[in-house]
Write a protein of this length. Structure first.
Length: 282
């Protein structure tokens, strides 16, 4: 996860001038110089841009098992050597990283000035670095999450309690998006039998997360009580689990919008890479 965040940040982070950005973006150290005449004539800036974009794409595609395209906007060669650049946009038809699977992914830098620090063969970020993203979660994406080693491990750690007593353990859930709803089938294993519990729900964004709303259990599921309902809809939900893997000490994800459209979940939000560098003596 740490390597992914480092790579992603190198690509997507940009900072705007302080009085123009709601994300408390820093101002550049001084006025940005224009590109030199020599660099313009020889195309050095364009060549530098293409080399960096190629390196970004190579590193990301190796890490994400994806086909990511990078579009970088530079100030000039001098600023680039100092770790400063203006903007970066990433697009990919499919993102695959651990339990995260997204379709039609797009990430766009929010701010207009960015600086990263490369020191002792490590990349550092002197400010919080926010970027906006959008994408889709399809039925294939959900299945990719369910099949991932991370989700399988999480599934084994969870169980359903009734009045504080462990009663059930869950097997692989089934989730299907169709007709603007998500249809779940939770397979529960007990000491004596297996029980299938089915319900459907809407998808919304709430408190920066993807949550289930308007949950409707089918008529055969009346054996569950409220505490079991909470566990079933939270602990065994691969849709919400996809966003959990991006939450750690390195970054923070805010889901701004999530809704089911036909057989897809459309999401957009802000991902912020947290500051990890405070000064030249670190």
């Amino acid at each position: 996860m740490k390597k992914f965040i480092i790579i992603l940040l190198l690509l997507i982070s940009t900072r705007a001038f302080a009085n123009e950005c709601e994300y408390n973006c820093p101002a550049p150290d001084d006025n940005i110089e224009n590109e030199t005449i020599i660099n313009k004539v020889t195309g050095v800036n364009f060549l530098t841009k293409k080399i960096i974009e190629s390196l970004i794409e190579k590193e990301l595609n190796s890490e994400l098992n994806s086909d990511v395209k990078a579009q970088l906007t530079l100030f000039n060669v001098k600023r680039t050597k100092q770790g400063e650049f203006k903007a970066l946009k990433l697009t990919s038809k499919k993102i695959l990283y651990r339990a995260l699977s997204l379709t039609d992914f797009e990430a766009q830098s929010i701010c207009e000035y960015n600086k990263v620090i490369y020191k002792d063969k490590k990349l550092y970020y002197p400010y919080d670095l926010p970027f906006k993203f959008s994408g889709k979660i399809t039925n294939e994406d959900i299945q990719n999450t369910i099949n991932s080693a991370e989700f399988q491990k999480e599934l084994q750690r969870n169980y359903v309690k009734v009045n504080g007593i462990k009663m059930f353990e869950a097997l692989n859930p089934q989730v299907v998006l169709k007709d603007n709803r998500a249809y779940f089938t939770i397979h529960l294993k007990t000491l004596f039998a297996r029980i299938n519990i089915s319900f459907s729900a809407q998808i919304e964004a709430e408190n920066n997360k993807i949550v289930l709303k308007d949950i409707t259990f089918n008529s055969k599921s009346n054996i569950i009580n409220e505490s079991m309902s909470d566990s079933l809809t939270k602990d065994f939900n691969p849709i919400s689990y996809q966003t959990k893997i991006l939450e750690d000490k390195h970054g923070k994800i805010d889901i701004k919008s999530a809704k089911i459209s036909g057989d897809e979940i459309l999401i957009n939000g802000i991902y912020t890479i947290k500051q990890n560098y405070g000064g030249v003596n670190e």
